[in-house]
Design a protein around this ligand. Structure first.
Ligand SMILES: [Zn+2]
Length: 312
């Protein structure tokens, strides 16, 4: 799999060299503004770290597959619990305890601390204890908008990857390839978001992530009702824009992964769900090529209908 971020050449070189030489640091800070790809980079690194093939991350081995659906037992994401703003000291203590348990299936174990800059001092000090004597085979990835909020004692023990805004011309080219929109329009959006690709795309596509999520959720529920026309009418909204189409597929994948987790003990449903998940991965890949979106979505609805018929 190729490096997932635009620009950021020094980070790209450093990350790829860690992966190629199999020397992933035991603690990493990824910082940068919202929309620059911090989570994407964290997942890429973790996936490469658990991948069992030579070209890491291969994107097809069982480790990569589980990482992709957010089910890899050796990639643990720590983020604020529901209803809370910050990660608690108790969560950090349990992370610490977990760090001393050997990985389940990969050679390494990853803890991704999402929102590390929101840890209070007590929690940071609790975390420092495990950083001072890191267990072998463990990598901590701290995601922060700004590392300035972290204790110096933590920063000094981590390798920092600071993400920045890519060049205007690279960003324009990238967004154009994804949306097919006019350069002028893209430039205006980039100027208004200070060059932030993620935010600019959101602005240009005029849809909040939430509505794509709701459509995906509804789509997945229509599958079990075998409502083919309902599915087609939802996908029709995504036939004109590759970025939104990609977001939509990603959300359907997330809901399918959730269904897989919920149906662990129902073999008759699992087979179909796995098959559908694989098909979604295939559709995502074909999105990168210039496949016609109407064709892609009618194939998707058709696949969903077949799977529903076979497992209901
Ligand atoms: Zn792999």
């Amino acid at each position: 799999m190729s490096f997932p971020l635009e620009g950021n050449f020094s980070v790209k070189t450093a990350v790829l060299s860690c992966i190629e030489t199999d020397r992933i640091p035991h603690a990493v800070i990824i910082d940068g503004d919202k929309g620059l790809g911090k989570h994407t980079l964290a997942m890429f690194l973790a996936k490469a770290g658990v991948c069992s093939e030579k070209e890491k991350p291969c994107g097809v081995c069982r480790n990569c597959h589980l990482a992709e659906i957010g089910s890899h037992p050796d990639i643990i994401v720590v983020s604020p619990e529901e209803g809370k703003k910050n990660i608690t000291v108790a969560q950090i203590r349990s992370l610490r305890a977990g760090a001393y348990i050997k990985p389940h299936m990969a050679a390494r174990k990853f803890f991704i601390v999402d929102g590390a800059d929101l840890l209070n001092e007590q929690a940071q000090n609790a975390f420092l204890k495990v950083l001072e004597e890191p267990p072998a085979g463990v990598c901590f990835i701290l995601i922060a908008q700004s590392k300035a909020a972290l204790l110096d004692t933590i920063i000094s023990r981590c390798v920092c990857f600071s993400l920045s805004v890519p060049d205007m011309s690279d960003s324009v080219k990238y967004i154009k390839s994804k949306t097919g929109l006019a350069e002028n329009e893209i430039k205006t959006a980039l100027e208004e978001t200070s060059g932030n690709i993620g935010l600019a795309i959101q602005m240009l596509c005029g849809e909040s992530d939430n509505s794509v999520g709701q459509d995906a959720k509804q789509f997945v529920s229509l599958i079990s009702q075998e409502d083919y026309l309902g599915m087609l009418s939802i996908t029709a909204k995504y036939e004109k824009n590759r970025v939104l189409a990609g977001e939509f597929l990603k959300e359907i994948k997330a809901f399918t992964a959730e269904e897989i987790r919920k149906n662990r003990d129902k073999a008759y449903r699992l087979k179909g769900l796995y098959e559908f998940y694989d098909a979604l991965c295939g559709f995502e890949k074909s999105l990168i090529t210039n496949i016609n979106l109407s064709l892609l979505f009618s194939a998707l609805c058709c696949k969903a209908e077949n799977i529903a018929k076979n497992s209901n």
